[in-house]
Ligand binder design. Structure first.
Ligand SMILES: *Cc1c(COP(=O)(O)O)cnc(C)c1O
Length: 236
């Protein structure tokens, strides 16, 4: 095979992205079966943040429809046009949400995974009532209690969940990003335990490095970027 073609199959063109997408879906299915779970119970969120739009189009052409973005501004620039062609796309917000971006976030996203404070829950409830759009919400939990990381610490989950329910937010589950240097399984197990205690069934956990472990611990959504799209270009 000429070098150029090899690059296409392994690289970040349509063939490379299609191959890696199928590899990740296969690995999720195996991890689910090994854990005695149905593969259809795990949703793959393809994290397209900071990726060139051609790579996103390659995943769409391959039939994938669920994507994650971590910045409202970037998602607003990228997705409205893509949705003209692919109306059944489902978008998850997986990055921090500022109160002044709530209106845009509610209009664009189908799932908001980063509810991490009462003020934000209040702003979301108000905007959902105003607009009539009701994206599913996840509470982000800072399982490692890292000072620089978003999310409520485990002890504060009960309070924030109660507030969200009082506001009638469509609360679906919990999300976490474990500390980079720690064994992720401890954090996945903790998130599953906190969700169970709070009567929540969905768990967004696991990234390129550890999504199979997350599936073993009950993830219902895994957020995978690099393993599908390749390395992200530096943030601009
Ligand atoms: C970027 C990001 C991911 C994907 O990370 P990869 O290591 O590229 O798979 C998952 N979750 C969140 C919250 C992210 O910001």
């Amino acid at each position: 095979m000429p070098a150029g073609e090899l690059e296409t199959a392994a690289g970040n063109g349509t063939a490379g992205i299609t191959n890696r997408l199928n590899d990740v879906l296969g690995a999720i299915a195996r991890a689910a079966q090994d854990a005695g779970r149905r593969p259809s119970g795990v949703r793959l969120i393809a994290v397209s943040k900071n990726q060139p739009v051609e790579r996103v189009e390659a995943a769409l052409a391959a039939g994938h429809r669920v994507f994650g973005e971590n910045r409202v501004q970037e998602a607003l620039a990228k997705w409205p046009a893509l949705r003209e062609a692919y109306a059944d796309v489902r978008l998850h917000l997986i990055g921090p949400l500022q109160s002044n971006k709530v209106r845009d976030a509610v209009s664009l996203f189908d799932v908001i995974e980063t509810v991490d404070r009462g003020k934000l829950a209040n702003a979301l409830a108000k905007e959902m009532d105003r607009s009539g759009r009701r994206p599913d919400c996840f509470v982000q939990v800072n399982t490692g209690e890292e000072p620089q990381k978003a999310g409520v610490v485990p002890d504060e989950v009960v309070g924030l969940v109660a507030l969200c329910r009082g506001l009638d937010l469509p609360l679906a589950g919990l999300m976490c990003i474990p500390p980079a240097a720690e064994e992720p399984s401890l954090h996945f197990a903790l998130l599953a335990k906190i969700a169970g205690r709070n009567g929540l069934t969905r768990l967004s956990m696991g990234m390129s490095q550890d999504f199979e472990i997350a599936v073993a611990f009950g993830a219902t959504e895994v957020r995978v970027g690099t393993a599908i799209f390749g390395e992200r270009p530096p943030q601009t």
